[in-house]
Design a protein around this ligand. Structure first.
Ligand code: 5GP
Length: 185
């Protein structure tokens, strides 16, 4: 869908900014402070669902004032499309044995809920001390699987969004804000 070679082509797909860099930073600081309070004295493992959550993870982990470990997982339910296939495949699993940790899954966006409604029970089977989910964005109107994140920084309407880790065909992850993608140009 996005075959981008020039700066003009890159910019013309950015329809409008939905969440500014400053709004994101304020919400991340607040979420980090809440997590630091809730998990004090507990062993934490932050689990980033790649690739979309890597920017959020890097800011969130620096807003958490507790010792914490990090691990990464690739679970795909999107294949260069703006629609979810509803199919979830684990392409890369965790390195950690999570049984000694309170696992905090760090997600970029909960859309249909298909990915996390399958991943969370799968991780619970590994007997962690607890599992919770913090998501930067939530699009509850798109849900096709029953799933509610424990912590949501922003609830958004049904738009395909890009930026702050979220891509369209691998582009736009480096935008410092969240924008609506314009597919019509
Ligand atoms: P779900 O399984 O909840 O439908 O979708 C989870 C994944 O779909 C997200 O982690 C993200 O990679 C992708 N996704 C869902 N909505 C959007 C969107 O608006 N923009 C982008 N770039 N990815 C999305």
């Amino acid at each position: 869908m996005c075959n981008i070679t020039t700066k003009d082509e890159f910019e013309k797909h950015i329809k409008r900014i939905l969440i500014t860099e400053q709004e994101i930073q304020e919400a991340v600081i607040k979420a980090g402070a809440e997590i630091s309070k809730e998990y004090e004295g507990k062993p934490i493992l932050l689990v980033s669902i790649l690739k979309g959550s890597f920017v959020f993870l890097s800011d969130l982990c620096r807003a958490i004032t507790l010792p914490c470990e990090m691990d990464f997982m690739i679970a795909k339910s999107y294949y260069n499309s703006t629609e979810s296939s509803g199919e979830v495949k684990i392409l890369m699993d965790l390195e950690h044995d999570i049984s000694q940790y309170h696992v905090i899954i760090v997600e970029d966006i909960v859309d249909t809920g298909q990915t996390l409604s399958k991943l969370v029970p799968m991780l619970k089977e590994r007997n962690p001390l607890s599992v919770s989910v913090v998501t930067l964005l939530d699009k509850p109107s798109r849900r096709t699987a029953p799933f509610n994140p424990d912590k949501t920084l922003f609830t958004i309407p049904d738009h395909f969004v890009i930026g702050y880790g979220l891509d369209c065909s691998e582009y736009y992850r480096n935008l410092p804000y969240i924008a609506e993608y314009n597919a019509e140009v």
